[in-house]
Unconditional design. Sequence first.
Length: 256
Amino acid sequence: MQNIVAQCPQCENFCAVPNSAEEWRCPKCGEKWRSAKTKLRNQTSLMLEENVTDEQFSDCGRLRSVRFTQQVTEIGSMAFRGCRVLEKIFFLDGIERIGSFAFSECNGIRRVVLPSDLHEIGAGVFAFSKKLQRVVWSQKLYSIGKAAFAGCTSLAKVVWPPTLEEIGPYAFLANGVEELIFPPSLVRLGRESFAECTRLKRVVLPESIQEIEPEAFADCPALEQIQCGLDTIDWEKIAPGTPFLRQKSVYSGGKA
């Protein structure tokens, strides 16, 4: 039986709750819970001691903070999707996998510090978390999945980890980013990975880049400059609908 640490709404004591129990009493004040799972959905704060299953806490309308202990290594798909007032997430270093759309549509999150053992971010993990402003990356991260940060309109600045190799399709679609200076480890950009970023003005691509899929920078109306060492790129396919194409402000190898 899986236990979850929850806060009693009556006395605010933190207690171990059997998630599948039909009823449960707080050991401190005696408050009776008709159903542990139902009551947990009304929690404002959770401390989790075991892996989180798919959709386990999705649409918890009152949840504001969640803390993971060292026992947690995996967070399931859509585990916290739609927790619209969730503001604080406390990861520990043992987490190795975060499932697809796990924290999507969490509009209260402003800052995320990812666990240091995380190697890849799955599809849509923080998609449409519209108030997200800053991400502190794992220094072991090599891949950002499809639509992982799509629709994060408040994410204006990104400082990439030095190990990043791949950014998937639609990963930062319709994002708030203003400038992109990619790390020297980057190899591949997916289709429409930064399309519809209306505030994006400048892109610096590393010499390590090997593949840029079509429309990676499509419909970015403020994009005026791309710095890239590759001479074989068809920019008409990569950046359609941008002023960059009209001005031809491409810099090769760091020189105009």
